[in-house]
Design a protein around this ligand. Sequence first.
Ligand SMILES: C[S@@+](CC[C@H](N)C(=O)[O-])C[C@H]1O[C@@H](n2cnc3c(N)ncnc32)[C@H](O)[C@@H]1O
Length: 262
Amino acid sequence: MPKAQSIHHVFPKASQYDPKWVRKHSMGENVLFNLESLTKSLKLEPGMRVLDLGCGKAISSIFLAKEFGVTVWAVDEAISASANYERILEEGCQDKVIPLEIDARSLPFAEEYFDAVIVVDSYTYFGTDEKYLPFIARFIKPGGHIAIVDVCFKEEIETLEQVPDFLQEDYQNYWYFIHTIAWWRKLWEKTGLVQIEIAAQLPETELVRQEYIRDYENAEEPDPFAKALQLDEQHFIAFFKLIGRRTKKSAYLQTYKTQPKN
Ligand SMILES: C[S@@+](CC[C@H](N)C(=O)[O-])C[C@H]1O[C@@H](n2cnc3c(N)ncnc32)[C@H](O)[C@@H]1O
């Protein structure tokens, strides 16, 4: 089967978007492939409120608004809300996507506001902190979802001796915060704040990997991630999705407040 047809078959929604536009606005793997894989396991309905956390250039938010009719708060701390708003306007999604330039660790939303929090290729930036799920869980309605898609390892690296040869050079810069699916499942399960609905490698991992390597083959700037994927003969690096359904348990946040002075 020719390659283009197979991509169309695997990602019927994402493959409708101009590949050059998607590559230009993806800040890692093809953001729409990752997102379509995630949304195959998540029920989204028109009118739902979705937080797209670490949205980068917000094309994931545009995709969610167009494909599912949800309203999306597109949050990123480093990409300007104005630049994202321009893209949102160009795609006619201004009534459905709200761009915000804020830190994922300091969100201004009401408790139980969102039906879903979606995080594409960004959760490892803040979510490895054990106290992040208790923080973000407050903004999700009971029965709502947190759904992430990201990079994982097939085996947990506990010590530097276990780092595979091809990752030795870059491990302490780019890879020390990458974990296995089992590690992520445990991190979330032990809080009781979510019930895990899916914790699995993306069935489309090979396609996502090949496309990413191909995208960067002729790139002017070398990409450490593409380099690692290319060197990874055993396919030690993979991609995973993790979806938790918010339970009714309230989130306890251990905070330290100074006593007011008399
Ligand atoms: C690898 S990029 C992925 C962006 C986009 N989701 C995509 O797949 O193209 C990670 C994004 O997370 C954002 N990010 C990292 N830490 C953040 C934080 N504390 N709060 C909000 N966004 C953050 C970065 O600014 C960046 O845009």
